[in-house]
Design a protein around this ligand. Structure first.
Ligand code: G6P
Length: 440
């Protein structure tokens, strides 16, 4: 009998990891962790050792006896793991910046999980994730995989459709929405039940229950008055078109600005790319500053500066999910999981992002009232884009890739798409060998 849980973090060299450590420390009573294994690749060796140093100082300060191991040997780290947090970025920030700049060069929004960038990120990331899952099936078949690796919805769909791994996809956007709603209602988050539904980075809040009432209309009024704390720091907080939001009967997540205000976002991104830099370039500079702080041997807490990243609070989702599964807490959380009829009009085996009761057997999604037909059509279009992208990422079928991209409203089509696709594959060939035939 092991004397506690083994937690393995893949992509542990990420600047977000201190937040995960903070979340695990906070839950020491409910999560008896014996070992924390921090895994990265050769390129991330320096960063993951800095993270390990800070993790050990944070754990020591908390007076906990958690053994922290650092390794580049993923198989060793996965052996007998109970929970695995996947948070890697295939190609690192350099690949993200390439995605952003290639899209902008061809007049399209350049973003890590949207449009051509989201497609490229998925095609780099899914093959690596499936390799990791083969190792999980062999070395820790009963472990739960908590996926934060972007694009989280498509990566989770690839895992649930093509492996036997018990996986749940996570995102911090619903966490930020819930915190923003609690701020607007001036109450604790625990007093609210928020229901979201859609797909990752493409969700709407459907209900906001507080003190026996649905406060959704009140929250819409607050947002329309210019007070919108539901936005991650990486998304421009443009005001929603008032009439649209007022009559929608649900609240779009911040990422839906890429679809409801595409031109405004594109113009902002073009300005940034010619000025302070793309989001990826800004983040790269932020990471430099963060790791300078993390390397300071006197630092033993998560630095405030980390809250400027768009992905903040993701660890709350990860740690609460681990605890709710391990302790069968049945917390209501917003996760990426198999649809199984939760959203009518989407395939049973596709992955959706919905509110669910988290049990020791995994997520139990809450039923979702039918979407308005126009929103459902948008969801179906984007889910079809995602499903075709997952298939193209695995098979290297370029026609499936073209069919996926043509569906995506953020992608320009025709000769510009051919040129952008060719450049994307050429610039990413080390991570997209499945598309090498496009270059010959
Ligand atoms: C959002 C998303 C994450 C994404 C992050 C980017 O909150 O939920 O999926 O990775 O922001 O933040 P960054 O600071 O890297 O731009």
């Amino acid at each position: 009998m092991k004397n506690g849980l083994k937690i393995t973090v893949i992509g542990a060299g990420s600047s977000y990891t201190p937040e995960l450590i903070e979340g695990l420390i906070k839950r020491a009573e409910e999560l008896p962790i014996a070992q924390l294994w921090l895994v990265d690749i050769e390129e991330g060796k320096e960063k993951v050792n800095i993270i390990a140093g800070l993790a050990r100082r944070m754990i020591e300060k908390a007076g906990l006896a958690i053994q922290v191991e650092v390794t580049l040997d993923r198989r060793l780290a996965l052996k007998d793991a109970d929970f695995i947090c996947s948070q890697f970025r295939a190609g690192c920030l350099e690949a993200r910046i390439r995605d952003e700049r290639i899209s902008l060069k061809y007049g399209m929004i350049g973003q890590e999980t949207n449009g051509l960038g989201g497609f490229a990120n998925a095609c780099r990331t899914i093959p690596i994730t499936l390799e990791i899952c083969k190792e999980i099936e062999a070395l820790c078949p009963d472990a739960w995989l908590l996926n934060f690796t972007n694009p989280s919805g498509m990566v989770t769909e690839a895992v649930l459709k093509h492996t036997k791994v018990k996986a749940v996809g996570l995102c911090n956007v619903p966490v930020i929405m819930q915190k923003g709603i609690a701020e607007l209602l001036a109450c604790d988050e625990q007093e609210i039940i928020m229901q979201v539904a859609g797909i990752n980075h493409f969700i709407w809040a459907r209900q906001i229950l507080h003190n026996g009432k649905n406060k959704l209309d009140y929250i819409v009024e607050q947002i329309l008055s210019g007070n919108d704390p539901l936005v991650p720091s990486n998304i421009p907080a443009f005001a929603w078109p008032a009439e649209l939001l007022k009559n929608m009967g649900m609240i779009p997540c911040a990422y839906l600005r890429y679809y409801y205000m595409s031109q405004d976002i594109l113009e902002q991104e073009l300005g940034e790319a010619n000025g302070e830099g793309t989001r990826g370039e800004v983040v790269k500079a932020m990471e430099k500053r963060l790791f300078a702080i993390y390397s300071d041997p006197t630092v033993n807490t998560k630095p405030k500066e980390l809250e400027k990243r768009g992905g903040q609070y993701y660890s709350e989702a990860a740690c609460e999910l681990m605890s709710s599964i391990y302790n069968d807490k049945r917390t209501i959380m917003h996760v990426n999981t198999r649809n199984n009829g939760t959203i009518a009009g989407l395939a049973d085996d596709c992955v959706v992002e919905v509110s669910a009761i988290i049990t020791k057997s995994g997520p139990l999604p809450l039923n979702v009232a039918p979407f308005p037909s126009d929103t459902l059509r948008l969801l179906q279009l984007m889910k079809e884009f995602e499903t075709l992208t997952v298939e193209a990422a695995i098979s290297g079928d370029l026609n499936k890739a073209r069919r996926a991209l043509i569906l995506n409203p953020l992608v320009n089509t025709g000769s510009v798409l051919e040129a952008a696709l060719l450049e994307t594959v050429r610039e990413n060939i080390d991570f997209m060998p499945q598309f090498a035939h496009l270059l010959h």
